[in-house]
Design a binder for this molecule. Sequence first.
Ligand code: CP3
Length: 357
Amino acid sequence: MSDPGADLHADSAFIRTCRGLPATRTPVWFMRQAGRSLPEYRAIRGTGTILRAIADPELATEITLQPVRRYGVDAAILYSDIMTPTHAIGFGVDIAQGVGPVVEHPFRERSDLERLRPLDAAADTPYVIETVRNLVRDLDVPLIAFAGAPFTVASYLIEGRPSRTYVHTKALMRTDEALWHDLLDRLADLAIESLRSQVDNGAAAVQLFDSWAGALSPQDYDRFVLPASTKVLAAAGDMGVARIHFGVSTGELLGSMAAAGADVVGVDWRTPLDAARTRVPPGTVLQGNLDPALVAAGWDVTRDAADDVLSRGGGSAHVFNLGHGVLPETDPEVLERLVAHVHSWTPGTPATVGSPG
Ligand code: CP3
């Protein structure tokens, strides 16, 4: 299939590693590298909802490029949000500053399926396509496309706002399993269309964010989530790109998340990478997993924690990342030193970039 981005960057450390091939160095990028801690982001972000910034291709392009320029990371991640497609089809999603996604009329019953029409990316999210094209033109590292996984997006649509307990979501999956699977199947189709539009325009890899899947037991994950996420990852595989599958608190789900069809499985800081390796099939690449709170604690703490992650990662089949997104408190200079440190690291010899203090 057409996959200009993957071809262009097939020899990059990031794509080679995602493909399970040897690379000249451990590649590194950061979830939420765009925005958050960067002063140059705050300077141009403006006020108003992030959905407005995402809908402005010039601005979204520049925000995506900022961390690549400053940190020297091995990949860019599109500045968008997992709720962009459901917002674009008019489900009534907004993203409230300091809160996260909020939904005016949450999904509660079968008739709500009618509010989830298919996404036509060219008509509904032309700004995403334009941003991707700008980026593929301007970047010299691969661009990561992404989508929200059906479960995590469903949790926002059903709860109506960020939740700790997922009571409404878990009630729906248990009390009307047929509706639950219909909902997840629609959300899988939205994710596929969104990913396809990003890959067709040059993105070189995809990450499926199932950030909140760790709220489920392994048996519930396999029964209620795995089929829809497998559908998305199979479609992404057909697009010819490497697939990263990520969630938080998913230590017990890593085997299932690999089985869903991932080339790379994201791991948070709760599961050491050497332990994670034993939970996924041989050949699966791992991504992670430095605790973002430690990075916010300064360089000395970061360096020591990074060395532990690197040695447990084993020096191959490892994409260095944080275990979750960059925290707003993070000093950009620490991330800059961290990238250089990861790049200079070789197995068995702790790197010496940057002096203590
Ligand atoms: O740098 C990048 O990672 C690319 C941009 C990106 C954003 N959201 C921009 C954003 C990506 C990949 C996402 C994905 C996303 N959105 C996820 C999955 C990743 C994860 O963290 O687990 C989730 C769960 C969401 C939903 C969402 N959007 C939340 C929970 C929030 C945070 C609310 C807050 O203010 O703390 C958002 C808003 C959001 N999306 C921000 C950014 C940079 C922060 C608000 C802003 O800058 O306006």
